[in-house]
Write a protein that binds this ligand. Structure first.
Ligand code: GAR
Length: 208
């Protein structure tokens, strides 16, 4: 059984997609042992509560220094003994000590086809604004392992989505979520839970 801790900051629609996939059996051999948000008002926390999943908020704002926060944050994650940590719209920088402790056991969903529109400053709606202002015709989403860089870790799954003529950043964001994110994030967790993902020479090898 793969024990998963999900980290969130906002609405939690990706968390919901994971919960639904676990409950419907499309993710197998997996249980969500806890949800952590850095934002006490995150709707994602209510989603966890509604499904009887342990949850808590831990915010950098409540600590005197980033070092102190990082230490407490790692302790909070460790308490739920995760086999896999899933960043589902989590907007806090992961402490380097957590990355090395959980090497190739932290995954992130990013709303673009990496290496386009990723890295520092590219998150949420900003990604879709940048894609529309560049005029690309195809966008998408990526699930990848988290390493010390920003959106640089081994890529596990990607899915493309077409841009349409009248798209606004909000409309495009919703289409990317519906057609890509909510599909590939649960799929990646199921693949990991069933031993189908390995990392070799810095690349994720997926046997489907
Ligand atoms: C999602 O679109 C996710 O891909 C993005 O934040 C949104 C969270 O939505 N993550 C990033 O931009 C990370 N760089 P949600 O809270 O409804 O799942």
């Amino acid at each position: 059984m793969l024990d998963v801790v999900v980290l969130v900051s906002g609405g939690g629609t990706n968390l919901q997609a994971i919960i639904d996939a676990v409950e419907s059996g499309s993710i197998t051999n997996t249980r969500i042992t806890g949800v952590i948000s850095n934002n006490k008002n995150a709707y994602a926390l209510l989603r966890a509560r509604d499904h009887g999943i342990a949850n808590r908020c831990i915010s950098p704002k409540d600590y005197a220094s980033r070092e102190e926060f990082n230490e407490k944050f790692i302790e909070a994650v460790d308490e739920w003994k995760p086999d896999l940590i899933v960043l589902a719209g989590f907007l806090v920088v992961i402490p380097p000590a957590m990355i090395s402790k959980y090497r190739n056991r932290i995954i992130n969903i990013h709303p673009s086809l990496i290496p386009s529109f990723c890295g520092t400053g590219f998150y949420g709606l900003k990604v879709h604004e940048a894609a529309l202002s560049r005029g690309v015709k195809v966008v998408g989403a990526t699930v990848h392992f988290v390493d010390e860089g920003t959106d640089t870790g081994p890529i596990i799954l990607q899915k493309a989505v077409e841009v349409e003529l009248d798209d606004t950043p909000e409309i495009l964001q919703k289409r990317v979520m519906e057609q890509a994110e909510w599909k590939i994030l649960p799929r990646a967790i199921d693949l990991i839970a069933n031993g189908k993902v390995t990392v070799r020479a810095g690349k994720a090898i997926v046997s489907q």
